[in-house]
Design a protein around this ligand. Structure first.
Ligand code: UT7
Length: 330
């Protein structure tokens, strides 16, 4: 029996109301709008309300994706939430979202932690589970409340990240050569020490001292990560193009992980694809980790930058280190 295609039926996103500008940050730490803009391309980011949990944001994005797809929550039998900032360590954010959305209790619901590559990893997982024939419709959400794990006294990290959620509804189609054409995923755990949250897990549970030292916040060696991000994203993009016999100039739109405009510009140069073929919204959201690609995907679709027949390339990189790419025909 030929394998059925997995297609994106709808997308949605949600950004919290509060905007934190670079100017606002310059009142909080020793930084400036000029430094942040020229080094990262970020102008502002969204910050969730104190009582707004990742599950709340995920539900808002999911509702928009379901509306877009014309799919009811009752039809979903697989729900994957990509996140490194779930509501709590246990149970999974996906279980909380399942209940809030009204997804049936017969659905498989779980979280997936692959940091900023989480959405691409989850997309691949969902598509593999759908093509197994045991699931029919999947909801894949990327959501982060990174503001809750930032050290607001550390200017090297707090200016970079933001909160938000993006979602996609995925189904099966008998039409060949549409939807998810392929994926490449990779990991380099040897560099786990470049981007991490050291405390609050089980190896080093939170203590009074660790909380005082803000050891439950994100720490990053930015310069090293920058170089590895460019190399890994360029390589994974080339690999997937080669694997599927696609030239870079056949890609209508690249949706890269939105960490830093300079990283995106470097990939544009390496792939010899002009910046007009790259979707960029890092200026408005900063780095929202697993939410970054699904938010960008939704905005790209809603702004008419993706048309039927187009080839879109997703490229991600994040803590782990993890990286991955996905090729989609619309
Ligand atoms: O999601 C995937 C993971 N994350 C990433 O992909 C991020 C990758 N890394 C980056 O985007 C960049 O490396 C950063 C934006 C984090 C930093 O940019 P950079 O051009 O690599 O700057 P740098 O770390 O070399 O710092 C240059 C200077 C330093 O001062 P000195 O040592 O030259 O005196 C920093 O202390 O800029 C200073 N600096 C700041 N100054 C003003 C660092 N952060 C700030 C700040 N405001 N917020």
């Amino acid at each position: 029996m030929p394998t059925r295609s997995t297609v994106i039926l709808g997308t949605g996103s949600y950004a919290p109301e509060r905007i934190l500008s670079n100017e606002d940050l310059a009142h909080m730490v020793d930084t400036s709008d000029e430094w942040i803009r020229t080094r990262t391309g970020i102008r502002e980011r969204r910050i969730a309300a104190p009582d707004e949990a990742p599950s709340d944001m995920g539900v808002r994005a999911a509702q928009r994706a379901l509306d877009d797809a014309g799919v009811r929550p009752a039809e979903i039998d697989l729900l994957i939430v990509a996140t490194v900032t779930p509501d709590m360590p246990m149970p999974a954010c996906a279980c909380i979202i399942q209940h809030k959305l009204g997804v049936p209790t017969t659905a498989a619901c779980f979280d997936l932690n692959a940091a900023c590559s989480g959405f691409v990893y989850s997309l691949d997982t969902a598509c593999a589970m759908l093509t197994s024939g045991r699931y029919r419709k999947a909801l894949v959400i990327g959501v982060e409340k990174l503001s809750a794990v930032l050290d607001w006294q550390d200017r090297t990290t707090c200016v970079l990240f933001g909160d938000g959620a993006g979602a996609t509804v995925i189904g099966l189609s008998d039409e060949p050569n549409v939807g998810l054409i392929g994926t490449r995923l990779g990991t380099s755990g040897a560099e786990a020490n470049l981007l991490y949250i050291s405390h609050g897990g089980t190896r080093s549970p939170a203590t009074t001292e660790s909380i005082a030292a803000r050891d439950h916040c994100i720490r990053m060696k930015g310069k090293e990560i920058f170089k590895l991000a460019v190399r890994a994203m360029d390589e994974t993009a080339r690999d997937i193009l080669e694997q599927h016999g696609v030239r870079a100039d056949q890609i209508s739109l690249v949706i890269p992980h939105q960490a830093n405009l300079r990283i995106i510009e470097a990939i544009s140069q390496y792939l010899e694809l002009p910046m007009e073929r790259f979707f960029v919204n890092v200026d408005r959201y900063g780095n929202t980790s697993a939410a970054s690609i699904p938010i960008a995907l939704d905005e790209a679709r809603r702004s008419g930058r993706i048309k039927a027949g187009d080839l879109t390339l997703l490229v991600a990189f994040g803590a782990g280190l993890t990286y991955g790419s996905a090729l989609i025909r619309w």
